[in-house]
Design a protein around this ligand. Sequence first.
Ligand SMILES: NC(=O)c1ccc[n+]([C@@H]2O[C@H](COP(=O)([O-])OP(=O)(O)OC[C@H]3O[C@@H](n4cnc5c(N)ncnc54)[C@H](O)[C@@H]3O)[C@@H](O)[C@H]2O)c1
Length: 252
Amino acid sequence: LDLNGKIVVITGACGALGVAVVNKLCGLGARVAALDIIEPDAAVNCFDAPEGQVSYFKCDSADEVQVAAAFSAITEKLGAPDTVCCHTGIVHVAGVESYTLEDFDELMRVNLRGTFVVAQAATKLWLAEGAQGNLIFTSSWVQDVPWPELTPYNTSKSGMKAMMRGFARELASRGIRANAVAPGIVGAGMALKMYTEDAAYRARTDCAIPLGRLQSPESVANAFAFLVSDMSSYMTGSVLTIDGGCSLYPNI
Ligand SMILES: NC(=O)c1ccc[n+]([C@@H]2O[C@H](COP(=O)([O-])OP(=O)(O)OC[C@H]3O[C@@H](n4cnc5c(N)ncnc54)[C@H](O)[C@@H]3O)[C@@H](O)[C@H]2O)c1
């Protein structure tokens, strides 16, 4: 794969998967605008990419004012992006009976509203410029599986799948494509945190992956590389599931 000349925006870029994706895309030649809420000083050390290939923009992806400002700054610095990855996601773990509505609202704000805000900003930019566009949404295998104690998260990922298909359907005739990556249980980031801290989650996970091992961040990054590349140019409205068979659930 050769991503030279591609300009890619990714939100939630400084998390475990975001960093793997950024490093992979840069390694293949893309220039990347990395957005996250962490301070720029901390973000500088996140990535392992040649000087000048990654530009960091501090931005809450659910805040439309910050997102609009970030897109202006990105366009000015790098040019209009080819691909925008709506990658930010958060999780809270609790049974439905004890899940707080504050956590529910925060999760929906970041996972669903934030995805819409970023995808809409990218769409407006591409339509205004008459440019082709490529949206990538980060969903999850749980978009279709009622994995316990994550019900609002699962719901947000189901909603993201519906949103992705809506963007794909509405915008195909205007040259904008949308697809999703659905990872499984990665041995990094939010899943590793739950796996490490929550015995019930760990017990479920240990028998949930048909391929028998936690997923590598690299395998997620490979899916992004394909979707950013021209090899995926006839693909829209699809979910690229890369989950070690988790979605074949139940597996026992
Ligand atoms: N780790 C997994 O096993 C797994 C599996 C399937 C899907 N996913 C999805 O992959 C994505 C990344 O997961 P991860 O494990 O790397 O998570 P992570 O917790 O390591 O990283 C999340 C990043 O998002 C940033 N962030 C949080 N709120 C933000 C906001 N409002 N605006 C911008 N940035 C914000 C955080 O600062 C952090 O850098 C998420 O969408 C997640 O749902 C993860």
